[in-house]
Design a protein around this ligand. Sequence first.
Ligand SMILES: Nc1ncnc2c1ncn2[C@@H]1O[C@H](COP(=O)(O)OP(=O)(O)OP(=O)(O)O)[C@@H](O)[C@H]1O
Length: 239
Amino acid sequence: MLEVQHLTVSYRGVSAVEDVSFRLQPGQLVGAIGPNGAGKSTMVKAMLGLVPAASGVVKYCDRALKQQLDAVAYVPQRTQIDWDYPVTVWNVVMMARTRQTGWWREPNRQSKQIVATAIDRVGMWELRHRQIGELSGGQQQRVFLARSLAQEAELFFFDEPFVGIDKKTETIMFDVFSELKSQGKTLLVITHDLATTLIKCDRLLLLNRQLIANGSLKEVATTANIQRAYGDSVLLLRH
Ligand SMILES: Nc1ncnc2c1ncn2[C@@H]1O[C@H](COP(=O)(O)OP(=O)(O)OP(=O)(O)O)[C@@H](O)[C@H]1O
């Protein structure tokens, strides 16, 4: 189980994440939702130690998550990736095996097999020698999905994976999420694509700096919670 306790993160004295606590159970897909700037990305980065937390504890199986980052596959927002970097699909996915192989050694047969399976699973086998900059948004997202699979992690964090993707990618992505769930993996997906994601998530975290609600869709999507997170403007849309 992953446990976040009282996580607070500030940028130059202004808090982006305030006293957030929750638990993630294995075998569940959890959606982190909330308006732009709500602190969703910051929360995940702080959980991984990529930005410093002002306070709080993040534990996986009762040990600090930062001490066991090999257990986490993290796919950042597409805008944070340098798509001009000259690297092929195959090599991006192979990066997931660095821990097993080392930077300098030729990957072993097992790693090659795992990478091939992951690339094939996301429907990118034919394009495995392509440069990542030459792919569509959906294909790029699938490459990073494959990389997360090749890492053979226990926890999967995806930041806005549905932005700029096609229907085929969306289907593959949710199929893969289901498989990972049935293998007992823990999945946290940041999204503002409410329509598709809401129904497919087992639980939701509704954030706006603070954690406003945590539970099933029915528990989270109350008028009071939505108003607290998004303000009055979103209620107008409902009418
Ligand atoms: N590196 C940074 N330095 C200073 N402020 C930052 C930094 N990163 C994020 N912020 C600010 O922290 C707040 C939370 O941003 P964050 O990106 O975590 O929110 P988000 O919910 O992921 O939003 P979005 O969906 O727009 O990415 C915002 O006000 C943002 O401007």
